[in-house]
Design a binder for this molecule. Structure first.
Ligand code: RIB
Ligand code: CA
Length: 313
């Protein structure tokens, strides 16, 4: 079976970085046409630099990297240095990558790539600004999308940026509204799932035993990334949000999903960015999203660890 053509749109972010490693370790299944950076956890100049760093660390300097939108469509920017550190990927030594940034804007790359290919899968793991802007720029491309696998939102888990909103959706709620209602198959993997895939000591130790530089970078980033959530939730590890999107493509049976209506709050000061997941179909609104609500966490870490083991020592 040919590898699935994909575009990863992200805001590294330690968990975005590990999602990139997981995807780059899986060339038989995933053909990464390009990686697009968006402002999110940290400003755009850092997220795009961090993407290029990960490509270099993984020996995948062949993957073109593009910078996209520096701010959300409507609201003011929000960032998350308090979680990810000032660099966005605290926990490893930062360097200026050899991989050059492409001149083309990420939105133009997304539009042109969708026009040129059939069946491209989009994997946004940050605010949805780039994807939504591409859809607004040329609505023709929407029909060319095979499916979209998003990290974002929350239902029973509540929010992580506010009591009712998860960061990616809240950072650009108008963009999220556009993408979730674009009419193409959208799978939304939110905190209800990602808070079940915790990077416990034992799981991190197994990755550390792999001994290659990518696994070591993963452990380094996790050693920083886990401190905020473990304190906030008194949990045994940090949720590995973004790699869930890649794992879903590689091994969908690790996840339980259900077609539901998901609506985004774009107005209320109190609940902006909230994802109203109509799990029991009480509203009669169209079932626009494949909502992920459970995951085999051990199976997820088996997959992640095995794929990280494929990088050279
Ligand atoms: O809420 C978690 C999400 O927000 C993750 O994608 C993390 O990287 C941040 O972008
Ligand atoms: Ca992210």
């Amino acid at each position: 079976m040919p590898a699935r053509p994909i575009i990863i749109d992200c805001d590294p972010g330690q968990d975005d970085a590990i999602a990139l490693f997981l995807a780059m370790a899986s060339p038989d299944e995933l053909n990464i046409l390009g990686v697009t950076a968006v402002a999110g956890n940290v400003p755009l100049p850092l997220t795009e630099r961090n993407v290029r760093m990960m490509c270099e660390l993984a020996g995948r300097e062949d993957i073109p990297v593009f910078a996209g939108c520096a701010k959300p469509m409507v609201r003011d920017s929000i960032t998350a240095e308090y979680i990810h550190g000032e660099t966005g990927i605290d926990g490893i030594d930062v360097f200026e990558p050899r991989t050059v940034l492409q001149d083309k804007h990420a939105v133009d790359f997304i539009v042109e790539t969708l026009l040129a290919h059939d069946e491209v899968t989009l994997i946004p793991t940050g605010p949805l600004t780039n994807i939504a802007t591409a859809f607004e720029k040329n609505a023709e491309v929407i029909q060319k999308v095979k499916e979209i696998v998003v990290m974002g939102g929350a239902m029973r888990e509540g929010g992580n940026r506010t009591p009712s909103a998860e960061f990616n959706i809240m950072a650009d709620p108008q963009a999220a509204d556009i993408v979730l209602n674009c009419g193409r198959p959208v799978t939304l993997i939110g905190l209800d799932v990602t808070h079940k895939v915790l990077s416990t000591e034992e799981r991190v130790a197994r990755i550390g035993q792999l001994g290659n530089s990518v696994a070591n970078a993963t452990v380094g980033m996790l050693s920083f990334f886990h401190r905020y959530d473990t304190e906030k939730y008194s949990s045994q590890g940090t949720p590995l949000h973004d790699p869930c999107t890649i794992a879903y493509l590689l091994q969908p049976d690790l996840f339980k999903t259900k077609l539901c209506n998901v609506a985004v709050e774009t107005e209320s000061e109190l609940t902006i960015g909230h994802t109203a997941v109509d799990f029991w179909h009480v509203t009669g609104r169209p079932k626009n999203v494949n909502w992920a609500y459970d995951v085999d966490a051990d199976g997820f870490y088996e997959l992640l660890t095995e794929r990280l083991s494929r990088f050279p020592l």
